[in-house]
Ligand binder design. Structure first.
Ligand SMILES: [Zn+2]
Length: 358
């Protein structure tokens, strides 16, 4: 709680100063490194007031000493001798201190750092565009905490990385990128904490919104990342250990002229247990018009032959992948639509099992 005296404290800078104490900040001239920036003139301070000039073991949050801080005393604070300052700035004695107009730029930065707020936040709302980490292609800053909200005018956002170099650490606890399938950190993950070097595979969100989070700690950096975004009509690129997904609009009709690509990628060494839980498309011979096809591998050159095309009410058998990836395509023509498909998958360690279907 902060109580303020009506008599002299109802000024913005004073209110902000007191609230900043409540947020956990000491006076700027009490910082652990203050002796490099100010000299305290003890000879002009009454003994009873000396505690106001005690140095504290402060967390300076990696930000420089701030003469312009709303938390800095003025030169004559608690002086017992008229005209004699109690604080003298270094290197020159005439640097202004003690302003109470309001929070300085660094005061704001300090609050954001202490409370780990995303001070670096961007909205990207064009049809397509690009994003990079700060300072790219130079090293990104320490203690970065940034988000990019990508909101394309329609369809589904797709994000393609052109470069990726983020300090590697076990479980990416130090520096990492994380991508959410929606506009907030409460949305499901498209890509969990990722670090290291090498390319991140293409990302496809399930809607027109996607959130990219980037965080760095206080040491060792890389050059960061560069990516471009645009949108696709349908499809998905999945990296999380399990999820359900459907054809566009499911359980309503999937719409005409769809060509949707879905990729599922497990970590190397894992396999994918895959299941279609509901399926209905236009039913014609050879599945010429609307169909789902599945490749056990990431492309047509994958390690195993394709499955499908499937159409009509065909009961697609469940199976486990041979390798760590699956590739699916859902196609519709211009006429006659049904509800499409609903599918689910799960990563796992499986014994080698060849699924034979006819
Ligand atoms: Zn104070």
């Amino acid at each position: 709680m902060v109580a303020l005296d009506m008599g002299g404290c109802m000024h913005r800078g004073i209110i902000q100063h007191e609230l900043n104490h409540a947020l956990g900040f000491y006076h700027e001239h009490s910082r652990s490194d203050r002796d490099n920036y100010v000299n305290i003139m003890y000879q002009y301070i009454s003994p009873g007031q000396v505690k106001n000039f005690d140095k504290q073991n402060t967390n300076n949050l990696g930000l420089e000493y701030d003469y312009a801080s709303v938390m800095h005393y003025n030169s004559f604070a608690f002086s017992n001798t008229s005209g004699q300052p109690t604080i003298v700035t270094i290197p020159a004695p005439n640097i202004p201190i003690g302003q109470r107009d309001g929070l300085s730029v660094l005061d704001v930065s300090k609050i954001n750092r202490l409370y780990q707020c995303n001070v670096c936040a961007y909205l990207l709302n064009e049809k397509n565009g690009s994003l990079t980490s700060a300072n790219y292609p130079s090293a990104y800053p320490n203690n970065a905490s940034c988000v990019w909200l990508i909101r394309t005018p329609s369809n589904q956002v797709t994000l393609n990385f052109a470069a990726f170099d983020v300090q590697s650490s076990p479980n990416c606890i130090s520096d990492y990128i994380r991508i959410y399938d929606g506009p907030t950190k409460k949305d499901p993950l498209l890509l969990d904490r990722t670090c290291g070097t090498g390319l991140i595979p293409p990302i496809i969100a399930s809607t027109n919104q996607l959130l990219v989070e980037f965080s760095s700690d206080s040491s060792v950096t890389g050059v960061g990342f560069k990516a471009t975004y645009s949108s696709v009509q349908c499809g998905g690129a999945f990296y999380t250990p399990e999820r359900n997904f459907t054809s566009p609009g499911y359980p309503n009709s999937y719409g005409p002229n769809m060509n949707c690509i879905y990729t599922i990628t497990a970590p190397v060494g894992k396999k994918i247990s895959f299941m279609v839980t509901d399926f209905q498309t236009e039913d014609v011979k050879f599945c010429m018009y609307d169909y789902l096809e599945i490749l056990d591998g990431s492309t047509w050159k994958g390690p195993f032959c394709g499955k499908g095309p499937f159409c009509g009410n065909y009961k697609i058998p469940s199976f486990t992948s041979q390798g760590n990836s699956l590739w699916l395509r859902f196609v519709s023509d211009s006429r006659v639509q049904f509800r499409g498909f609903q599918a689910s998958y799960k990563f796992g360690e499986y014994y080698s099992l060849v699924f034979i279907y006819s």
